[in-house]
Design a protein around this ligand. Structure first.
Ligand code: ADP
Ligand code: MG
Length: 631
């Protein structure tokens, strides 16, 4: 087949070299995935050429039957997979098989290289490594290809799966790609027709083009999404998902929809089991493919699902979508808009059903896609009402590993409770210990613990749930001490001490007052204005160096022993230098706790100063004194 011509040598991009190195030596137990990968590429190429044929004239072999052929060459010990799809030009060969442009794949490769060998198999199975997986079974690959563009030359790409490959001109009569795999000794099983048929048994029936193994056509199935639900088994949906995604993983759940009026469409939508985003990998690209009368119009359409549901996979097919539709028209097409709205509504209610019926399954979905749903609350105001019930939160009244939804929170509200209380923090431990919780515990009120930075944006966007506004716990007007009678003297001295603190703190706080919400803790910073939480403020500060933290109200609790002591010192010795140090440290402790301290340099020397005084006091015990006197 080859012509006498100069083969040019090219190096693989270094990432591919690393990948090949891993593949060649990995003992991957599902080696046969390479067959699926190659078929999947053939399907892509056939879909593309079908689309091109519909939209332009100058297509080589325009009327040829679109098909995939699998054959064997006994003497060369090769497996051959051929399609008459779009094929590739020389430039495309270099671009598509010599480099990886896709940033997601790059991300994945980096992760793969860093992953320990024993865990790699798992990762490869989840992600798939495309064309290169063939080198798990082949010691050499010859790929002949000719582009569908009229008058294109044919090229032969050869590689042994190491550092480089060659390209030379060749002769190939028909458009498309023919891949010849020279199998490794231990992988000769792939030379058996029955083995290949076995691999393709379930899979190939979803291939939307005829597949022939040595000219024998494999069993096919009409597009699964256009069939009545009653004719499909659970296994059909699972296998179709594996086909679509080229994965070994099963889907978490799916939804099969169809409608005839007002718009005709049918769809199968899948929620995957895992989120690559959640694994810290790349941002997922939209995964729902758009079909018109079983012809693929757009793979991973950006416009059929809102961006936050990019993790969804599947197909939507509608007779009402014109074949030659462009991206712009997809966005503005009234019928597509209807489909989009209908599908979204069904999907959100499907998720809600799972949440209400099978919390365990929903928790799995939540653990992977919670951030997407939260993103939806912020970006899809029209559907907030449907997204809100899907949200789950930690709460002050639930064990750490339990999440509750807003309905459950509302069900536990006190009769006269008008607001939904929440507290934001970095983790549940610090939220538990937050002094702002004391009043709520005392009054037996439940507080949502928002430990994900996104949560605060979520409640800000929601504003309320069933007429009950969200309220930050530390800004809530909750009193536990109002009626409690306090020692008259202590009360009077405490008020004087408050004045003293105001002067001592200068402009660093908005106000100082005696707290009516603290039970045990000495003090608390509250923000009655309801401005951004410290949490958000810290993010703002990171983004803008000169961002000024909001000044808070400093509340003190005279019933706390430390504050009580300080009040008494103040009553007896208002000019005490130690009292001033203690007062300054009291405020800084709170600012430190919230991570919003500005003058960190002053803290350590001051604490040391206070420690010195404490140490001296141990060596020279204070004289016996009447309570409430001298410090
Ligand atoms: P992916 O399919 O995810 O893009 P692959 O590694 O499977 O990644 O394939 C890399 C690229 O090589 C494809 O995107 C495509 O451009 C090209 N390619 C592979 N196989 C074929 C084929 N049979 N016909 C045309 N192009 C192909
Ligand atoms: Mg592929």
């Amino acid at each position: 087949m080859t012509q006498q011509s100069q083969a040019e040598k090219y190096e693989f991009q270094s990432e591919i070299r690393q990948l090949l190195n891993i593949l060649v030596y990995s003992l991957y137990k599902h080696k046969d995935v390479f067959v699926r990968e190659l078929i999947s590429n053939a399907v892509d190429a056939l879909n593309m050429v079908r689309f091109e044929s519909l939209t332009r004239e100058d297509v080589e072999d325009k009327d040829a039957e679109l098909r995939i052929d699998i054959g064997f060459n006994e003497s060369r010990k090769t497996l051959i997979i051929e399609d008459n799809g779009v094929g590739m030009t020389k430039e495309e060969l270099i671009e598509n098989l010599g480099t990886i442009a896709h940033s997601g794949t790059m991300d994945f490769l980096k992760r793969l290289v860093e992953t320990e060998e024993k865990d790699r198999v798992d990762l490869i199975g989840k992600f798939g490594v495309g064309f290169y997986s063939s080198f798990m079974a082949a010691k050499e690959i010859h790929l002949y290809t000719r582009s569908f563009r009229k008058g294109s030359k044919a090229w032969l790409w050869k590689s042994k799966g190491a550092a480089d490959y060659t390209i030379e001109e060749t002769v190939k009569k028909k458009r498309g790609t023919r891949i010849e795999l020279f199998l490794k000794k231990e992988d000769k099983e792939f030379l058996e027709k029955t083995r290949i048929q076995g691999i393709l048994a379930r899979y190939s029936k979803f291939v939307p083009f005829p597949v022939y193994v040595e000219n024998e056509r494999l069993e096919v199935m009409e597009a699964i999404w256009s069939q009545p639900k009653s004719s499909l088994q659970e296994q059909d949906y699972i296998e179709f998902y594996k086909f679509l995604e080229n994965t070994q993983e099963e889907p978490e759940t799916w939804l099969h929809l169809s409608s005839d009026a007002p718009v005709q469409f049918s769809a199968i939508l899948y929620v995957p089991k895992i989120s690559f985003e959640q694994m810290g990998l790349f941002k997922t690209e939209p995964g729902v493919d758009l079909y018109s009368r079983k012809v693929l119009i757009e793979k991973g359409s950006q416009d059929i699902m809102p961006e936050y549901l990019r993790f969804m996979q599947g197909v939507i097919d509608s007779e009402d979508i014109p074949l030659n539709i462009s991206r712009e028209t997809i966005q503005s097409n009234v019928k597509i808009d209807r489909i989009r709205k209908y599908v979204l509504k069904q999907l959100l209610s499907h998720l809600k059903k799972i949440k209400d019926k099978d919390r365990e399954q929903y928790l799995r979905i939540w653990s992977h896609f919670s951030r997407n749903l939260k993103e939806g609350v912020a970006t899809d105001p029209d559907n907030q009402g449907k997204l809100a019930p899907l949200l789950l939160f930690h709460s002050s009244k639930k064990p750490k590993d339990t999440l509750l939804d807003l309905k459950e929170y509302a069900g536990g509200m006190a009769e006269d409770q008008k607001e939904i209380y929440y507290l934001t923090g970095l983790d549940l431990e610090s939220l538990e210990k937050d002094p702002a919780m004391e009043a709520f515990r005392e009054k037996d009120l439940e507080v949502l613990f928002l430990d994900d930075p996104l949560d605060e944006f979520v409640v800000e966007h929601l504003r309320e749930y069933q007429g009950k506004p969200f309220k930050r716990a530390e800004s809530a007007d909750i009193k536990v001490k109002a009626e409690k009678a306090r020692d008259k003297d202590l009360q009077k001295h405490a008020e004087a001490f408050v004045e003293y603190l105001k002067v001592t703190y200068g402009g660093r706080v908005a106000d100082v007052r005696v707290s009516e919400r603290l039970v045990d803790s000495p003090c608390l910073l509250v923000d009655p204005s309801g401005g951004p939480s410290v949490h958000v403020e810290r993010i703002l500060k990171m983004a803008h160096k000169d961002y000024q933290f909001t000044r808070k109200v400093f509340e003190i609790n005279p019933d706390n022993p430390l504050i009580g002591e300080m009040v008494r010192i103040h009553a007896a010795k208002p000019a005490s230098p130690l009292l001033k140090e203690l007062a300054l440290q009291l405020l800084d402790n709170m600012l430190l706790r919230e991570g919003v301290i500005e003058d960190i340099e002053a803290v350590v020397p001051r604490v040391q100063q206070i420690m010195l005084q404490a140490a001296k006091a141990v060596r020279t015990p204070a004289r016996k004194k009447p309570s409430g006197a001298k410090g």
